[in-house]
Design a protein around this ligand. Structure first.
Ligand code: GAP
Length: 545
């Protein structure tokens, strides 16, 4: 192994090269780029010679960092993930704008959810309902009457928050513990007027959940898509809640986006779940355990089902599917738990409800609710609209009103926070390495010419960029040192960096670097697209290319 200096356009660049005999000939290969200074190059070469097993310059492992929610929010703003909405005017509490990198991550989260829950299965179809709909929908659903909270203000620190009716008598400030004063009931639905002429206009609501549009369209969707029970209808879309105290960055917001499924079954087949339940081990907190002040215990989902802690196989199935979705995208199950609603916490229509909770920087909080809604919604809409929403049960030839056995429902913002929190690591230099699953990564690969003034390298790099851009969101980056460019891309989670150097001209190959361990390999340009496809889908691991 030997260090070589190459002079390109007046600048020195150092490389580590190695001579090998191949098919009777001695050929020299570049193993690694060593930087621009002789001293740094000699140091790196020495490290490499001491540990020649490494494929190239491997960086030290990164460390998972415990962050506060403010640190996550600051990082998100600095790197173009999320900004306070219209910040130049001081923002508006509970509203956030997603920047160039954040909107990509958000879209990727939604796309992965849609892919797994709709495209990958035959029993669920998707819809896209209106944000503003006939206000009778919200009367029928019970939102106008029952979707109420009581606003309270702390007598001492003036902190505002909401409580349930049964909590009001004993409520204390959740910040300082002082007594609170009730400001009365409020309906957290935003209202608007439909129609520009005031006397002709109708009062309407911005939807507080996407679910109701699934119920109102239930019969049409079932007929159009020729769905047979059991089946689900899914939707991703905006919802609005006039929260009294939006807080914790994007955890509690006033404009949110939900990913919801209503899963319908024949009410006589509540116990029959035809799907295999992935037996995930997870911390579990039943309502009994909470009443006895016990700590959560790790338990396999199937054990919890056989012990009747989880009552319905369908709930076990949906809890495990939801956990599996997070796990398949790189989340650590240690940070998740399932918690059963207490008897007086459940919605009036639900016989059993479980929350999927996540260890957010501010504690264990709800990430997703999985409720059994029975036939409540469809029968309410039948009653209020006067329309028959029953469907034919092909097996019995009788018409039935299906029940919702599970409503996996969660906010895109909370999933966004989970993936950010899970991915955030720092290397020994204190640089952020955002280890997002490649499927979620906003930018899939960054392409660099080693030297931006070298026309040949630039032209190859631009050609590669143009080719890869046909398929993925990729970035061309020629400014700053290669180290700086790596660091910049590590921070926003770009899983692979592709560098075109002087060897690329003759050999038609490039260096590909893995964000997660800094390892680099050389790969033929002709194989790049196919290899990247396999790496991004998880079909191939970096060490196997
Ligand atoms: N359709 C059922 C439903 O809307 P929910 O428990 O009120 O149930 C479901 O909301 C999920 O929506 C929650 O688990 C959470 O992930 C998300 N969510 C609700 N309110 C939110 C808010 N103000 N900000 C962010 N996410 C929210």
């Amino acid at each position: 192994m030997f260090v070589v200096k190459k002079e390109i356009k007046g600048n020195d660049y150092y490389y580590l090269r190695e001579s090998k005999r191949e098919k009777g000939k001695v050929v020299a290969k570049t193993i690694a780029y060593l930087g621009k200074s002789k001293k740094e190059a000699e140091k790196k070469a020495k490290e490499y010679k001491l540990n020649p097993k490494q494929e190239t310059m491997e960086e030290k492992p990164t460390e998972k960092k415990k962050l506060t929610i403010d640190e996550i929010a600051n990082f998100c703003k600095r790197k173009g993930f999320v900004y306070p909405s219209a910040e130049i005017y001081g923002g508006l509490a509970g509203f956030w704008d997603y920047g160039p990198i954040g909107s990509e991550l958000k879209n990727n989260i939604k796309a992965q959810w849609w892919k797994q829950h709709i495209h990958a299965r035959e029993d669920i179809v998707g819809i896209d309902g209106a944000i503003i709909t006939n206000p009778k929908v919200w009367e029928a659903s019970g939102h106008v009457e029952n979707f109420t909270d009581i606003a309270v203000v702390c007598k001492k620190c003036k902190n505002k928050f909401k409580v349930d009716e049964q909590e009001l008598a004993t409520a204390k400030c959740d910040k300082c513990g002082s007594d609170v004063e009730s400001k009365g009931k409020f309906v957290p639905m935003f209202t608007t007027q439909v129609g520009p002429i005031e006397e002709d206009s109708t009062l309407a609501y911005l939807r507080p959940e996407t679910a109701q549009l699934i119920f109102t369209n239930f019969k049409l969707v079932q007929e159009n898509a020729r769905m047979k029970l059991p089946f689900g209808i899914a939707q991703i879309g905006k919802a609005f809640r006039n929260e009294i105290a939006p807080r914790n960055f994007i955890f509690r917001v006033r404009e949110l986006e939900q990913m919801e499924i209503e899963y319908f079954i024949d009410p006589d087949k509540k116990e029959e779940c035809p799907y295999e339940i992935e037996d995930i081990e997870i911390k579990l907190l039943s309502s009994d355990m909470q009443e006895k002040n016990e700590e959560p215990v790790p338990m396999k989902i199937l054990d919890a089902l056989s012990k009747k802690i989880i009552q319905l196989p369908w709930h076990a199935y949906w809890l495990s599917s939801s956990l599996n979705w997070f796990r398949s995208l790189g989340a650590n199950m240690e940070n998740f738990r399932i918690r059963q609603h207490l008897k007086d916490e459940k919605s009036h229509y639900s016989t059993d409800t479980w929350d999927l909770e996540y260890k957010f920087p501010f504690g264990w909080k709800e990430l997703q609710g999985i409720a059994d809604r029975g036939t409540y919604d469809l029968s309410q809409h039948e009653k209020n609209s006067g329309k028959d929403l029953k469907i034919m049960n092909n097996e019995t030839g009788k018409k039935i009103l299906p029940m919702v056995v599970a409503e996996p429902s969660f906010g895109v913002e909370r999933a966004f926070l989970v993936f950010m929190n899970e991915a955030y690591t720092e290397n020994e230099k204190g640089n952020v390495v955002l280890k997002l699953n490649p499927k979620l990564a906003p930018i899939k690969a960054a392409i660099f010419p080693l030297v931006k003034k070298d026309g040949k390298l630039v032209s190859i790099a631009k050609e590669i960029h143009k080719d890869l851009r046909q398929e993925w969101n990729v970035l061309y980056d020629a400014t700053g040192s290669v180290g700086r460019r790596y660091a910049r891309n590590d921070e926003i989670g770009t899983p692979f960096c592709i560098t075109v150097d002087s060897d690329s001209i003759e050999k038609q190959d490039v260096t590909i670097r893995n964000r997660d361990n800094g390892k680099q390999k050389r790969i033929k340009i002709s194989k790049l697209k196919d290899t990247l496809r396999k790496l991004l889908s998880g079909e191939t691991k970096f060490k196997n290319i």
